[in-house]
Structures are given as C-alpha cells and as structure tokens.
Design a protein around this ligand. Structure first.
Ligand SMILES: *Cc1c(COP(=O)(O)O)cnc(C)c1O
Length: 409
C-alpha cells in the first residue's frame, strides 16, 4: 500500500475503536488520580528526589518511594528499587526471600516466563531446585483459562507459594483481567493457605486496580515496563503483605538489614516522575496495541487479543506464520525508533531463552519495553510481540510503515 492508503486504514482503525479508547482514557484518569493521592499522602517533596551515598541509612528518598509504590499498588508495603537488575531478578529475589528448603512452588498459569524457568528448575546453577524447593505446574486449559479441577488436585501438595502470571509472556494466550485473576485467587484461597504470588509484569495500570485488590499477597514487576513510565533507568518492585515484603527485602540486601540500607547516588527523580507518567504512557501503549491489532486483522493476520477486545496487558501478539515476515516486521519497528534506527536487528542466542530471539528495541532506556519495541522467539507459528510506545504519534508512524509493507501481501 502507499502512504495515503496506509493513513486511511489507520484512521479507519481509530474510528472502529473509539469506545475502547474512551475506556482507556477513563482508566488513565483514574490511575493518575490514584498516583497523585499517593504522592500527596506521602508528602512527596523536592528533597525526596535527591540521592544519598554509602549505606544510605535514613535515605528519605528511598523510604518515600517505597511508600508511594505501596499506596499506588494497594499494598501494605513495597520495595521499589533500582537494585532489582530486571523483572526476572525482582521475581527471583522475591521467590528466594519467601521459600525455604523443602517448600513447594506451584504455578497455576502454566510455565512461568521463560527466563524464570532456569531460576526455578535448572540444576547446578544455584536454582531453587538446588535448594531443594519442589516445583509443580498446572497448565491452562486449551482456551487459556484456569484448569480448576487440576488446581484443586495440585493444592493437596500444600504449596508454600501459588504462582500466577498475569501477562501472556511468550505464550499463545491473552493476559488475565483482574476479574479473572480474582476468581482464581478466591478459588485458591478457599482451598489453601499458600502465599498467592502474581508476576505483574506488563499489567500495571491497564486496569483500575492491581492483583492486590483481589487477594494477591505479593506482586512483582519491572521498571523497564509499565510502571517505570519510560523514565526509570533500571529496577523493579515487590509489593504486598508487610511480613512477606520484609522477607523479600532481607533477600535483596541481607537478613535483618532489609530496606534499612541502600543508597542511590543519582537520586530518585526518574522513579517518582516515571510513576507519575506511567498511567498516561500505559494508555498510549494500550491504544497502540489496539491499533496494531485492528490494522493487522484488516490485513489478514490473526492477533491476540482479537480485535475489539480490551487488553489485559500492553502486548499485542501478531501471528505471522512466516519467519521472514516476522523478522521484517521487527526490522521496521527498529527503523522508526528514536535510538539506533539505522541498526538492522537479527535473531540471536539471548541469555535465558531456549530459541533464538529477535528484538527491535531502539529505546532510550536499554531494552525498556514500555517504549515501542517488538520481539519474538524464532519458532512456529512465528508470533511477534509488539508493545509499548511513549507517545501515540510514534506508534502511529510505526504502524503506517508496517501497513505500507504488509498491506498488499
Ligand atoms: C518481562 C517479563 C518478565 C521478566 O522481566 P525482565 O525485566 O525481562 O527480566 C517476567 N515475567 C513477565 C510476564 C514478563 O513480561
């Protein structure tokens, strides 16, 4: 298609999805008010934006950031820290903080995110398996729903933690809505005393509440995704029950020290400001996801979620059924990025992933997938996962290029 036709198709997609866009705007308004309320309540002031050095005893920036995150996420307590090296690290530190030898970890949403599998099961590298933590898994049903009878059976092993992944990860399903998560958590709580732990990566601010509101005991996420707002340079959070967050803090720093220490010389402005921007940026990303879904559907591709449906995370899966098209798609996304637009991404052996992975990530914050990015493991049915976008204009320009390329095929 030529550019004029591509723009016309984009306009059509915008018209088709007006109602969903209105819902997204309403959610962003609600979540912004929630963030502002937390800032107000915690009396955030300019001095909280500054860093400290050394041990960081009494670092009021760190302490206040933790409080603001706890309030925003509807949790008793939180650790919001640049020292989580990634989402995987935040999840790992949290699991190691709460599990002890002999405990069982049960995932009820199928396999956890790819990079977590080694953390849990790979022998000889200091995984949970090496520390004698047993791992069990209940797969989702064929339609991507909770397998309630199988969960009931698995709970009889008395797991210490029941683990749920809110987002789709690299699986061929939609993300769970808070409502569906809540139903599953209620079912689990009625049959078990286990800690309910939700991997909340990619889910923050896509709805008006987080999994803590429907019974999750601990939630964990990454600052290079939704809640970093595009500004946080690294890190992640763990939030939830006070006693559990304390155990996680002991795992992050040292037993008995927890969140009493930790300085961050550059200061906390980007974390506070990122959180403030996050509801708006997530709204842009959600609209982008809907536009990509709608346009690729019109061009004959299957996308998840299906067009017209609201999104439970900021990811759009596009099924290409063809490795060359998949790679071409990622290359187009890279070519309209603000950073490294001249670079041609190729599949590579990425640490922590089984298949080769291609990533288009022309981002300000390295690898930040709240920025417009696309990635894909190179395996059938050749699904691209496209997500993020700090501005709707950037997303639209990228989509126009994609329509020009794929519109006639
Ligand atoms: C991205 C992601 C992770 C891991 O986060 P990294 O920052 O890439 O380590 C874990 N779980 C889910 C569902 C994710 O989307």
């Amino acid at each position: 298609m030529n550019e004029i036709q591509a723009i016309a198709l984009l306009k059509e997609c915008e018209r088709d999805n007006k109602a969903l866009f209105d819902e997204i705007d309403e959610t962003a308004l609600y979540n912004t008010e929630k963030v502002l309320a937390a800032f107000r309540e915690c009396r955030v002031a300019e001095r909280h934006l500054k860093g400290t050095t050394g041990y960081g005893y009494g670092d009021i920036g760190r302490e206040t950031l933790n409080k603001v995150f706890a309030m925003t996420l509807g949790a008793e307590d939180a650790i919001a820290s640049p020292y989580f090296a990634s989402g995987t690290h935040a999840l790992k530190v949290s699991l190691y903080g709460m599990l002890r030898p002999g405990d069982t970890l049960l995932s009820v949403t199928g396999a956890p995110y790819d990079t977590l599998m080694s953390v849990i099961t790979e022998k000889g590298i200091g995984s949970l398996a090496d520390y004698n933590v047993t791992y069990k898994q209940v797969d989702l049903t064929k339609d991507g729903d909770f397998d309630y009878p199988a969960i009931e059976k698995a709970l009889s092993c008395d797991p210490k933690i029941v683990f749920l992944t809110r987002s789709r990860g690299y699986s061929d399903r939609d993300a769970f809505s808070i409502e569906r998560l809540g139903k599953a958590i209620q079912y689990i709580k009625a049959r078990s005393r286990a800690i309910v732990f939700v991997d909340n990566c990619y889910g923050e601010f896509t709805e008006k509440s987080e999994p803590t509101a429907v019974g999750a005991d601990v939630i964990v996420g990454s600052f290079t995704k939704n809640i970093g707002g595009g500004l946080a340079p690294s890190g992640g959070y763990a939030a939830g029950r006070k006693d559990l967050v304390e155990q996680i803090a002991f795992s992050l720093t040292a037993p008995s020290l927890g969140t009493e220490i930790g300085s961050y010389a550059p200061g906390y402005q980007n974390f506070f400001q990122g959180l403030f921007l996050a509801p708006h940026v997530v709204a842009c990303a959600l609209k982008g996801s809907i536009l990509f879904g709608s346009a690729f559907d019109k061009m004959g591709y299957r996308t998840i979620p299906s067009p017209g449906k609201r999104c439970g995370d900021i990811i759009r899966s596009i099924v290409f059924e063809d490795p060359d098209k998949l790679i071409r798609f990622c290359q187009i996304i890279q070519s309209v990025s603000p950073i490294d637009a001249y670079v041609l991404p190729e599949p590579w052996d990425m640490p922590g992933y089984k298949e080769q992975v291609i990533m288009a990530a022309g981002t300000f914050v390295g690898g930040a997938s709240l920025e417009l990015t696309a990635d894909a493991p190179i395996k059938p049915p050749y699904i691209a996962y496209v997500q993020g976008g700090l501005t709707i204009e950037h997303i639209k320009l990228a989509l126009i290029k994609c329509i020009e390329e794929f519109g006639d095929q």
